[in-house]
Ligand binder design. Structure first.
Ligand code: CAA
Length: 285
């Protein structure tokens, strides 16, 4: 069944969307990448060229392989170009209103058999599915940053997802070289539900002056064996995304311990979003 996904659309070519497009193209699958306007499309192209260029420099890809991968990706600003896709993955900003409008549009544009997937990390897949006439064909397909490197895909099944679809998407994830874990539709799924309270708590400790930024990061890298310290990881994920996930956990649980740390809010309000904006807890000192 996973073999029936021969052309895949990706809507939104920010860090995650471009990474997801690369993952599919590397697996030999044709990709239609959509962005809202020409400038955003060029940024998306830049992500793809940068990431595959880095792999080339490191000797992980040859020039010919890189050209083949990039050649499989068609970039466009027209959603109508998604009409022939077997699967479309949405990776636009985490605003429910935008997602609902997009899914209503995709439902109109895409063929009835097409699967519509969201890469949301914090919003309800069930609610997104309910905006379409095919909630049975809607799932979450949640990748991790950086998408070409991280080996997990959370496959989110809702109460309306049709039987067998989560298994087909899990098989597709394996075809991409990833390991799927099927999860229910609860805020944060498994990874973010466990990870974000830890990252948020690191910000609280920084605020309380328990240790300085580099001390907290070094402590968790060297004392707990994490590849990155929590504040560096928040910068990688994006402070806005991290804030949204904490908010979603707080909304669902109504537990005070899930409330986003005030300092996280302060940095987001200041536009300091981490790597994507050049500065967060680290950067441009
Ligand atoms: N895009 C593509 N490839 C990348 C990359 C990127 N942004 N960043 C690193 N890589 C590749 C490198 O090219 C390198 O590949 P090769 O080994 O083939 O040469 C490999 O990853 C390792 O990179 P580096 O040697 O530069 O650096 P590193 O060993 O320190 O690893 C890291 C970097 C993979 C990011 C590692 O630090 C790590 O695993 N960090 C934790 C990341 C993590 O936890 N991500 C999940 C966040 S939660 C999330 O994403 C969910 C959500 O909804 C918010």
């Amino acid at each position: 069944m996973a073999d029936t996904f021969e052309t895949v659309g990706v809507v939104g070519l920010g860090t995650m969307g471009a990474g997801i497009a690369e993952v599919f193209a590397r697996a030999g699958i044709a990709v239609v990448g959509v962005e809202a306007d020409p400038a955003a499309l060029e940024r998306g192209r830049g992500h793809l060229e940068g990431s595959t260029g880095r792999a080339l420099t490191r000797g992980r890809l040859t020039e010919a392989e890189r050209a083949e991968i990039l050649g499989r990706v068609t970039l466009t600003t027209s959603r109508d170009d998604l009409a022939g896709c077997d699967l479309v993955i949405e990776a636009i900003p985490e605003v429910m209103e935008y997602k609902r409008a997009l899914f209503a549009d995709l439902d109109r544009i895409c063929k009835p058999s097409a699967v519509l997937a969201t890469n949301t990390s914090s919003l309800s897949v069930t609610e997104i599915a309910a905006t379409t006439s095919r909630p049975g064909r809607v799932v979450g397909m949640h990748f991790f940053n950086p998408a070409p490197v991280m080996r997990l895909v959370e496959v989110v099944r809702t109460v309306t997802t049709e039987d067998g679809l989560a298994d087909d998407i899990a098989a597709l994830a394996r075809r991409l070289g990833k390991t799927p874990v099927t999860v229910g539709d609860r805020a944060g799924f498994v990874v973010n539900r466990l990870l974000l309270p830890y990252l948020n708590h690191a910000v609280v400790l920084l605020e309380h002056g328990l240790a300085d930024r580099d001390g907290i990061d070094a402590a968790m890298r060297l004392g707990a064996g994490f590849p990155m310290g929590p504040l560096a990881l928040l910068d990688l994920i994006g402070l806005d995304t991290s804030y949204e996930i904490c908010e979603a956990l707080f909304r669902e649980s109504r537990e005070r311990r899930h409330a986003p740390a005030p300092l996280l809010h302060e940095l987001v309000a200041a536009g300091l979003l981490g790597r994507k904006s050049g500065r967060g807890f680290h950067g441009e000192e």
